[in-house]
Ligand binder design. Structure first.
Ligand SMILES: Cc1cc2nc3c(=O)[nH]c(=O)nc-3n(C[C@H](O)[C@H](O)[C@H](O)COP(=O)(O)O)c2cc1C
Length: 346
């Protein structure tokens, strides 16, 4: 997401201190069908997953959240320690701050000190439109190098831009900018929403580019309209406080978005399911709907702010919950999850 340094700090503080979740978590509308005769051994379940050519220890990614101000370094480090321990993927938040102020680089590059199998660099989509193709290519390479990234994420965040005061709400040229970047970068590009989801039509358009994957970033979890509501409240800005409230629940539910994006791309691109995932059961539901991997942001923010031990313990619990859910549906491999039954009432 595009931001000034204090904005990034504010996002984290508001997310920790206020309830910034959508009113309804759509994962509650998805039920896995219980298999009373699973006929597998829970301890033999094979968790390994390949994503963008990298082997993960579990089908899980820590979604990009932060970087760009002092305290973010510790948060990213605690997340990185857990990502290394469980060999899962990890993203950082928008790296724009470090391009503008080099001394902030280490708040992101700290994750390079850990053996993380899949690292995601990150920038907001409106930023690449402003830069133009040549500068975007240069800056993207700098951001990738900053964290030794394997994948470059372009974050679509027009909901946030639309309801905030300093938002860059010119989306003209965004699709072309993504298309050209995916053609020329030489590193896989993933397009990610940040809480409002990807529709069938958008996924279909994206599938005609050379992008390597989609993170649907759907509605039901962290609401950036809610965060902007509280940011406006701090400034006594009634207009944007109201706008944030009005659009609080805007967006395509994550489970729906997985199905739409999968169908639109004929399931040829990996789909990452971020948005409202609170635990391993939600993660397993995402896999059952066809996602390659679950992405978690908010549920890891508080532990990552507290300590590395707290972060490890939450990731450990999530992975154990995925294992328990896979056992209860009788799937002994991640790839089998997409074939098991799901009840869905969205
Ligand atoms: C404090 C905070 C900062 C975030 N910053 C970014 C960002 O810079 N880039 C991005 O792609 N997504 C960002 N996100 C969005 C998350 O990656 C994720 O898509 C979203 O929070 C939904 O997941 P959740 O419901 O698990 O929180 C941020 C989320 C939070 C909570």
């Amino acid at each position: 997401m595009s931001q000034t340094v204090s904005r990034k700090d504010e996002h984290v503080r508001i997310s920790l201190e206020k309830d910034v979740a959508a009113d309804h978590n759509y994962w509650d509308d998805v039920k896995l069908i219980h298999n009373a005769l699973p006929e597998i051994n829970k301890n033999e379940i094979d968790f390994s997953t390949k994503l963008f050519g990298k082997k993960l220890g579990a089908p899980l990614i820590i979604a990009g959240m932060t970087g760009g101000y002092d305290k973010a370094k510790k948060i990213n480090e605690n997340l990185a320690i857990a990502a290394e321990k469980y060999q899962i993927g990890m993203g950082v938040g928008s790296q724009r701050a470090a391009l503008e102020k080099l001394e902030l680089k280490d708040t992101y590059s700290i994750i390079r000190d850990y053996d993380i199998p899949l690292r995601f660099a990150n920038i907001g989509a409106s930023q690449i439109v402003l830069w133009g193709h040549k500068k975007t290519l240069e800056n993207a390479q700098k951001m990738i190098d900053m964290i030794d990234g394997h994948v470059f994420v372009i974050c679509l965040n027009f909901l946030q831009e639309a309801v905030q005061f300093e938002g860059e709400s010119n989306a003209k040229g965004c699709f072309d900018a993504i298309k050209k970047l995916a053609e020329d970068l030489g590193t896989p590009v993933v397009v990610k929403e940040s809480g409002a989801g990807i529709s069938y039509n958008v996924a279909e358009r994206l599938s005609k580019t050379k992008i390597s994957g989609i993170d649907v970033g759907g509605a039901g979890g962290t609401s950036f309209a809610a965060i902007e509501h509280y940011r406006a409240e701090i400034r006594d800005d009634k207009l944007h406080e109201r706008g944030g409230k009005t659009f609080w629940n805007w967006g395509i539910p994550t489970p729906t978005s997985i199905l739409e994006a999968g169908d639109a791309t004929n399931w040829k691109l990996p789909i990452i399911a971020t948005g409202g995932i609170r635990n391993g059961l939600d993660s397993a539901k995402a896999l059952a709907l066809g996602a390659s991997c679950a992405g978690i942001a908010h549920a890891l923010l508080k532990p990552a702010t507290d300590s590395k031990e707290a972060t490890i313990s939450v990731v450990d619990a999530i992975i154990k919950e995925i294992r328990a859910a896979m056992f209860l549906v009788g799937a002994d491999k991640v790839s089998k999850m997409a074939d098991i039954g799901v009840d869905l009432w969205i």
